[in-house]
Design a protein. Structure first.
Length: 115
């Protein structure tokens, strides 16, 4: 599982984002609890620049030999668009099946997704 955090251009890519990182860790922990006993969920937080989340999710899926990518519908989408740029990128480059959850992503996740 990877949760991407978009780091603003004016900050170093490794800059601390305490609130967003704490929320990302809580998403990973919730996935671990949801999965139940006997299933191991490995989670990581990946910091990316705007526009890089989709490619990073695909790369993580390839590297991790994922069977599926699970993503939420974005909480905020460009006007007139059904899918976000991140979701379009993942669908266009998918190395495995993609499951889109109809529940919107958390509001803090502007550009952040879980896979």
């Amino acid at each position: 599982m990877v949760v991407t955090l978009t780091v603003p251009q004016h900050l170093d890519i490794n800059a601390p984002l305490p609130e967003a990182e704490a929320t990302a860790q809580s998403i990973i922990e919730a996935a671990r609890q949801w999965a139940g006993r006997g299933q191991r969920i490995k989670g990581t937080v990946a910091k990316v620049r705007a526009g890089e989340a989709g490619s990073r999710i695909v790369r993580e899926a390839i590297d991790g030999r994922a069977d599926a990518i699970v993503m939420s519908m974005p909480a905020h989408r460009p006007a007139g668009k059904v899918l976000s740029k991140t979701l379009e990128t993942v669908l266009g480059k998918r190395p495995c099946r993609v499951i889109i959850d109809s529940a919107p992503a958390y509001p803090f996740e502007e550009g952040s997704k879980a896979a």
